[in-house]
Design a protein around this ligand. Structure first.
Ligand code: CU
Length: 113
């Protein structure tokens, strides 16, 4: 009985988290020479919590020029940042490791009004 109430409490908590976790929580993973998610949508005027996970056994980088984000990502490393986009638009992100962007390691952050 006690165990059951703990579980329902937990599921309520998870549901609440899901409801509160806005679309501005973004996780982008690398997989070989591309980003698993190459189009990411967020809302303007709200803080974006960004996580970039390098799943590969070699270095990548995450670069988003308009927001001055330039993060080297060593093998298996994770990078996190919080920023607030104010202007709606399409912003290109890419991997700054030499040759990776050319090989297709690019994506776009879509900031919706
Ligand atoms: Cu890369």
């Amino acid at each position: 009985m006690k165990r059951r109430s703990w579980f329902s409490l937990l599921s309520i908590f998870v549901l609440l988290l899901a409801a509160c976790g806005s679309s501005n929580d973004v996780t982008i993973k690398t997989e070989g020479m591309h980003f698993v998610k190459d189009e990411v949508r967020v809302k303007a005027g709200q803080p974006v919590t960004l996580r970039v996970v390098n799943q590969d056994g070699y270095a990548h980088a995450f670069d988003l020029d308009e927001f001055d984000i330039h993060a080297p990502l060593s093998a298996q490393a994770t990078f996190g940042a919080v920023f607030t986009p104010t202007a709606p638009g399409r912003y290109r992100f890419y991997c700054g490791s030499p040759g990776h962007a050319t090989a297709g390691m690019v994506g776009v952050l879509v900031v919706e009004p």
